[in-house]
Write a protein that binds this ligand. Structure first.
Ligand SMILES: [Zn+2]
Length: 311
């Protein structure tokens, strides 16, 4: 399985154009020698021909244009490089890129029923995915299950890989109406994925809301975990003047502190552990800061745009 990170930042990217937090301000002024980052987008492939997307980032158009793996074949009878999109939740930064995929090509969209309901019933703009012929094909994921997936449209043979879903807790985004919230299962709000092929496991969990045995088991077993690195501290958004809410209140376990992700990540896990979905306020982005070093010393890698690896 080949995996490539096309975007590694949380919502808004880094720098976020309208943000005055210390990191974004310093990067814009040229005072911070670190990599800018686009919003979280990961792609993976089993055959280097058909690629699947994890999330559909608001930056997806530019990310596709800059990824040689997703270059459109010169011949329009050749196969389309994007086979499907897996949506972990209905957050703006996970789904907005779907709009960039409208018009000419069909593909699969994998999401829980709750997320589908939010996107197709309450936010009818996503119906533009019906413009292609045939229209985009929605596939339902249970919040805790295993689905056999195929590289081609023909799903009669044995599956090419398994998508396991891991419930991550958390809430639906704040734009969802009360009426919709009453109609959708709470556990469908946010899931992680375990992509499994030939006994290799890729775990993708960009929004871990709390500590649970379920995601810990997935992380322990994975060859590579791409895991929630959104915030360093619980009060980070308050201290940087970005919000009055804590990291935990908006569905992200912070990296540091008692009960934080660095402490809670299973010590027995043998695979690579890579922090992704890093918010622009997070001090680990600054390679000169102690927090950056603490994360590395704890055995974590910090994702960057263009990072690639093979399982
Ligand atoms: Zn910022």
């Amino acid at each position: 399985m080949r995996v490539k990170v096309l975007g590694s930042a949380a919502g808004g990217g880094f720098p976020q154009w309208n943000c005055y937090c210390p990191n974004c301000s310093a990067l814009r002024r040229g005072k911070l020698q670190v990599r800018p980052r686009t919003q979280t987008q990961v792609i993976f492939s089993l055959d280097s021909k058909v690629w699947f997307l994890l999330c559909a980032s608001p930056d997806l158009r530019q990310q596709i244009l800059s990824a040689r793996e997703l270059a459109l074949p010169t011949d329009d009878s050749a196969s389309f490089p994007i086979g499907g999109v897996f949506l972990p939740n209905a957050d703006v930064d996970s789904v907005m890129g779907l709009l960039h995929l409208r018009e000419f090509q069909s593909f699969f969209v994998f999401a829980t029923l709750g997320v589908q309901c939010v996107l197709l019933k309450e936010n009818r703009i996503f119906r533009v995915l019906e413009r292609s012929n045939p229209p985009a094909k929605w596939q339902t994921l249970s919040s805790k299950g295993r689905l056999g997936c195929h590289l081609s449209e023909d799903s009669s043979g044995p599956s090419d890989f398994i998508c396991g879903t891991v419930p991550l807790g958390g809430c639906y985004p704040d734009y969802v109406s009360e009426e919709t919230l009453r109609a959708v299962p709470a556990e469908d709000a946010s899931v992680g994925f375990v992509m499994e092929q030939d006994d290799k496991h890729l775990f993708f969990a960009p929004a871990i809301s709390g500590v649970s045995a379920v995601w810990k088991a997935a992380a322990e077993r994975a060859d590579v975990s791409l895991i929630d690195g959104t915030f360093w501290s619980d009060d980070e958004l308050m201290r940087t003047g970005r919000s009055r809410r804590t990291a935990r209140e908006i569905g992200h376990l912070p990296l540091s502190g008692p009960g934080g992700l660095l402490e809670q990540f299973p010590a027995k896990a043998k695979g690579r552990k890579i922090l992704i979905h890093i918010n622009n306020t997070n001090p680990i982005l600054d390679e000169d800061r102690a927090e950056h070093r603490v994360a590395l010393d704890a055995g974590f890698e910090i994702a960057y745009d263009g990072m690639e690896f093979q399982l």
